[in-house]
Write a new protein. Structure first.
Length: 453
């Protein structure tokens, strides 16, 4: 990498009609994050002087997402080809005397490392006018072709529609991604014409134009999965699968055990410690971190949660945003937590809802317990002290505090604070009437028999 300024132009003006969606194509999520933001994040690691997104249809949606990031947007009013789209960013580039990456918002998995390789090649000893990112897909199909020699010097680039049968037999394809010096890019684009089968201004034509001026261009290659584009729901699913495959491999390489990797789904920001065990069919939404030694049992859904060292989750648990589990704490099957803190060693083993709650270390929450935190208008907090024991099927009506070491009898509805070490029982008095069950059965059986006569 040189010390020259870097900028990026991201093309996102396409209508995305094949997605059949009200949501702009580049905002469809991969791993819980709009695909465009995956790309912008990778670009940002290069510390660009400016990043410009070229928008078109649905531009308001794109602008709302990228503007808070300090990313500029420009509009391509008419869809006249990729060369025309890039040209719309000329004013926004402000005469940048640096290097410009040209990227696509619907090609989200391009890594920072690959972008850096493109820029490095731009400043190779042969000083190519442009650098093109190529790939070799299993089925080249209708991709544009790159005709190059063994050293990667490009002889010709051609769109599939304009290619001869011999050119179509070439397996090296054009991803569309390029690196060009700012001093060259717009001068070359000004010379691009639209005398082709589609009547469009093709960005790859700048390679040919530079060649006519005696300046060669170069191609570097990457894996086809890195430059996979998204134009349909099926392609979106394929890119998601590719991202997840890579993330699972990384998790295992970093010391986590995934018993059935293909059934675990991560978010873009999931953090996983060492010696974490993740059982089959676990889904992580955004905002989750898992500390060393934790175990996530199967069929759990976790989002916005912090899971402490050696904590245990599930199976069939749901942790919602704001759930925090302390060291060696446990939530078991069919337990839901939301905006609740479970202290070190505390347990809620089954069939429990903990919302807007703070549970002290070592507390035990019995099956069927719920914190009644919402009255239809406002949320209220439940506080349970260290070492408290909440009997099964209890309802804790917030705001309420259960003191340290207190016991709540099973089946209680607690509406007032319970002091430390106290026993609270709030349920109707049991009444037992000997023989009444048998008498009831005899009467009802006789009535039933009478109806059959």
């Amino acid at each position: 990498m040189t010390n020259r300024p870097i900028a990026a132009i991201i093309l996102a003006a396409g209508k995305g009609t094949r997605m059949k969606s009200d949501l702009h194509k580049v905002l469809h999520p991969i791993a819980g994050r709009p695909m465009l933001l995956h790309l912008i994040d990778s670009v940002s690691a290069l510390k660009p002087e400016r990043t410009v997104v070229v928008t078109g249809a649905g531009r308001e949606q794109v602008e709302a997402v990228v503007s808070p990031l300090g990313v500029m947007t420009v509009v391509q009013g008419e869809q006249l080809g990729t060369g025309h789209a890039v040209h719309q960013a000329e004013e926004a580039m402000g005469g940048l005397a640096g290097d410009i990456l040209i990227l696509y918002g619907d090609v989200p998995l391009v890594t920072t490392a690959t972008m850096a390789r493109m820029l490095d090649r731009l400043h190779g000893t042969d000083q190519p006018a442009t650098v093109v990112l190529g790939f070799r897909p299993a089925d080249p199909g209708a991709y544009g072709r790159v005709i190059a020699d063994g050293d990667g010097r490009i002889a010709k680039m051609v769109e599939y529609k304009d290619a001869t049968p011999e050119e179509r037999s070439e397996t090296l394809c054009n991803s569309g991604l390029m690196a060009v010096r700012g001093e060259d890019l717009f001068a070359l684009l000004a010379l691009v014409g639209n005398d082709n089968a589609a009547g469009e201004f093709y960005l790859p034509d700048i390679v040919t134009l530079a060649g006519k001026d005696g300046r060669s261009s170069a191609v570097i290659e990457t894996d086809a999965t890195e430059v996979a584009g998204v134009n349909s729901r099926g392609e979106l699913a394929a890119v998601e699968t590719s991202w997840q495959h890579s993330r699972r491999a990384r998790a295992m390489a970093e010391g986590a055990t995934l018993i059935a990797p293909e059934t675990v789904w991560f978010a873009y920001d999931t953090q996983i410690g060492r010696d974490v065990v993740i059982e089959p069919n676990v889904f992580f939404g955004p905002g989750t971190s898992i500390a060393d030694g934790a175990t996530i049992h199967g069929f759990s859904h976790i989002e916005g949660a912090t899971i402490g060292p050696k904590a245990e989750v599930g199976p069939f648990a749901r942790l919602r945003p704001g759930a925090v589990m302390g060291e060696k704490s446990k939530v078991g099957n069919f337990v839901e937590m939301k905006k609740a803190v479970l202290g070190p060693g505390a347990k809620a083993n089954h069939l429990t809802y903990l919302g807007d709650a703070e549970i002290g270390a070592g507390a035990n929450i019995g099956a069927g317990t719920i914190t009644c935190n919402y009255d239809g208008y406002f949320k209220y907090k439940t506080v349970i002290g260290e070492g408290a024991f909440i009997g099964s099927n209890s309802a804790l009506v917030a705001p309420v505090t259960i003191g340290a070491g207190a016991i709540v009898g099973a089946g209680s509805v607690i509406t007032a604070d319970v002091e430390a070490d106290a026993l609270a029982i709030a349920r109707g008095k049991q009444e037992t009437r000997p023989g009444r069950a048998k008498r009831f059965r005899d009467v009802m059986a006789a009535k039933k028999a009478a109806t059959k006569k």
